[in-house]
Design a protein around this ligand. Structure first.
Ligand SMILES: [Zn+2]
Length: 418
């Protein structure tokens, strides 16, 4: 069971902090990688050493020693798919649906994604920032140390740039690492009703170059679905995005099989996300091109879907499975990874080890950050959480409680204490 990292010796010089007497699930290579009675050293922002307590030398140069009292350390959660910036609420819509209203009824009453678009367009940057920074502060208490944030509730140039500017301010002011993604092709804005191709041209000719000039987003996402954009429209957006140097990723196969995944994989997408209706052919393309499968059980749960993603196929083809909150006001108002881990196990059939790997190392894989984030290994960023649990599986098993003791990001204690 105990796997010691190869590089546990020698103990480095210039260690700033040592965390002693801990139990550790490193999540390296997507496995628990458990080290019992362990210690972890931090130099600057990086993990510099991991090993058993009895290999820990006297550390006269060490500035700080934290006794973890046999509690568990895991990598910080990497939430690789969120829509964390928005204004307005959709609770009324939730009530309407419970009372039997159809999507058409809700749309007629001004609900659905366009209610969020209207509220987000109307909110000034400061208001949006206040709302989003509160969500980020809560995420910190939930052990989430890296957050991907998409635009996509503006659907016009000014609001899309405003949302990305808010993501940039969050990166400057919150302790977490923020990765911003441009999602102009999220839905067809009312101004372009029945003119989807014209909106795609607006994205390609106006929005993408402006987003590139703004210099905040690193990736471009799209929603390839019968209710959103076609495979061909997605291809056009991605071609331009890749041309401008963006990474690409796709909301794909959530409600039907539109074959967006195969296209995105062939175009080198970092990840394809949702994937409930993915065909075996699409999964084979992902395996061939190293695309990560991002599973979003929160949306599956809130939409009361019944078709689950092909987890067995992902396992057979060794496609890394990430797990994310999909935090958004419509289909996944889930502000924590803990219930998502539980849903990934109970609704999608992941093991606890797979769910935890999905929320850590494979979340980092989905963002192209696995060389720095997502596992406890010497040389990686010192992003980790000390948990008051009996075993890592408790994080999938328990709900209604987040047993975080302390959150460390790039070597700094950002929340709690041992
Ligand atoms: Zn999404």
């Amino acid at each position: 069971m105990t796997t010691l990292p190869d590089s546990c010796n020698p103990f480095p010089e210039n260690v700033d902090q040592v965390f002693t007497h801990c139990r550790m699930a490193t999540m390296a290579k997507g496995n628990y990688g458990i080290v019992e009675n362990a210690a972890l050293a931090v130099s600057g922002k990086k993990i510099s050493w991991i090993g058993p307590m009895d290999a820990l030398p006297e550390t006269p140069g060490t500035k700080k020693v934290t006794d973890c009292r046999n509690q568990w350390i895991l990598p910080g959660f990497v939430d690789c798919h969120t829509h964390l910036i928005w204004a307005g609420s959709r609770a009324n819509e939730f009530e309407m649906r419970l009372a039997g209203a159809s999507y058409a009824d809700i749309a007629k009453a001004g609900g659905g994604i366009f209610s969020t678009v209207t509220a987000t367009r109307a909110a000034d940057e400061g208001t949006l920032f206040d709302l989003a920074s509160r969500r980020m502060a809560h995420f910190l208490t939930q052990g989430i140390t890296t957050v991907e944030i998409k635009s996509g509730y503006g659907l016009d140039l000014d609001t899309e740039l405003k949302m990305l500017a808010v993501a940039d301010r969050l990166q400057q002011t919150c302790p977490q690492n923020v990765q911003a993604t441009f999602l102009g092709a999220h839905a067809l804005p009312p101004e372009f009703s029945d003119r989807a191709d014209d909106y795609i041209q607006e994205i390609i000719k106006v929005m993408l170059p402006a987003v590139k000039d703004q210099g905040i987003a690193t990736a471009v996402d799209a929603f390839c679905e019968t209710i959103a954009f076609s495979r061909e429209q997605t291809r056009q957006v991605f071609e331009k995005a890749i041309d401008l140097g963006f990474d690409v990723k796709l909301h794909a196969e959530q409600l039907s099989d539109s074959s967006g995944t195969a296209l995105a994989a062939e175009m080198g997408a970092l990840s394809c996300d949702h994937l409930e209706y993915l065909s075996t052919n699409g999964a084979e393309k992902m395996a061939e091109h190293g695309t990560v499968a991002v599973l979003l059980p929160g949306a599956f749960y809130y939409l009361k879907e019944t078709k689950v993603p092909p987890v067995d196929v992902f396992r057979r083809l060794r496609i890394p499975m990430a797990v994310a909150t999909d935090l958004n006001p419509g289909s996944s108002p889930v502000h924590s990874m803990i219930p998502v881990l539980n849903m990934a196990c109970l609704l999608f059939g992941l093991t606890c080890e797979q769910a935890l790997a999905g929320a850590t190392i494979h979340g980092a894989n989905a963002l192209g950050l696995a060389d720095r984030k997502g596992s406890l290994e010497p040389g990686k960023d010192a992003d980790f959480v000390i948990w008051d649990v009996a075993s890592p599986a408790d994080l999938c098993y328990l709900t209604g409680i987040t047993p975080v003791k302390m959150v460390v990001i790039e070597g700094r204690t950002e929340h709690g204490s041992v």
